[in-house]
Ligand binder design. Structure first.
Ligand SMILES: [Mn+2]
Length: 269
């Protein structure tokens, strides 16, 4: 039987999966350099080099059940892509499964959080080098630079870890947390949507992003974040901003695939 590219080579049927991967190769509001549209398939391809087993969380991903739906068609109007993503994420959640959205630019967090909000109040934990809190950027209300502002308007609580690039007034916003205090800033009574912008990590680890920023998270810090998140109910996640064209060694794509493996093992294993 012909095999298409899929995360960890999984060809599990949707009906028997607990975790459902959805690629959204959106690349429309890039302001400096692009390449995120190739992110989802680069992650799938890199996942071939990764084991199913997480030694950090003692889980085998084959026991969890992962289906990969492939990518949404990106050759359509911006709003149409976002609307289809929202409908897909809503369906996955309604079916009692865990949506994992692969970007694409960070804008894809917004339809995902809108979909999740239909099932009740929630909060967003974002890992991001940039605050993404502009109200608009270059005339756009909805873009990569305003993504967390828009997601935060839908959610009851927003917490950002890893931010180290500010445009000024955003520095006084209440959303920023450290590795140490983020669990206290999350509300214990609300489910969490996890949004991982790959640029939250240090560029020495993940250089293949559109806007690299020195001074980022290390791998062990990320594992610590997942350990602390295990005390919360996490509805789903997105992983965004991998730009393979800026990743000549391929290490960023491998890191992205590994982020998914460890997140799935920690949060839904
Ligand atoms: Mn971002």
């Amino acid at each position: 039987m012909p095999q298409r590219l899929s995360f960890l080579g999984t060809n599990l049927a949707y009906s028997s999966a607990r975790v459902v991967i959805l690629g959204v190769p959106l690349e429309r509001t890039t302001s400096w350099r692009g390449g995120q549209a190739q992110g989802p398939n680069a992650i799938r391809s890199a996942s071939d080099s990764i084991e199913f087993f997480s030694h950090h969380f003692r889980k085998d991903l084959r026991d969890i059940g992962i289906a990969d739906l492939g990518d949404l068609d990106p050759y359509r109007a911006f709003e149409e892509i976002l609307a289809e993503e929202e409908a897909e994420v809503e369906k996955i959640l309604r079916d009692g499964k865990v949506p994992v959205v692969l970007g694409g630019e960070h804008t894809v967090v917004v339809p995902a959080v809108r979909a999740a909000r239909k099932f009740g109040p929630l909060q967003v934990l974002a890992l991001d080098a940039h605050s993404d809190l502009r109200d608009e950027y270059l005339g756009l209300k909805l873009c990569h630079a305003s993504a967390l502002r828009r997601a935060g308007e839908v959610a009851e609580n927003l917490v950002i870890v890893g931010a180290r690039s500010f445009f000024g007034p955003d520095l006084d916003e209440p959303f920023f947390a450290s590795l140490k205090d983020f669990p206290e800033k999350l509300r214990p009574d609300l489910p969490v949507w996890l949004s991982v912008d790959l640029d939250a990590f240090d560029p020495s680890l993940c250089p293949g992003v559109t806007n690299p920023e020195p001074g980022g998270l290390s791998w062990s810090e990320f594992i610590q974040i997942l350990q602390k998140l295990q005390g919360f109910r996490v509805l789903g996640m997105d992983l965004v901003e991998l730009a393979p064209i800026w990743d000549p060694s391929g290490v960023s794509a491998v890191c992205a695939a590994k982020i998914l493996v460890e997140s799935i093992a920690a949060l839904w294993g």
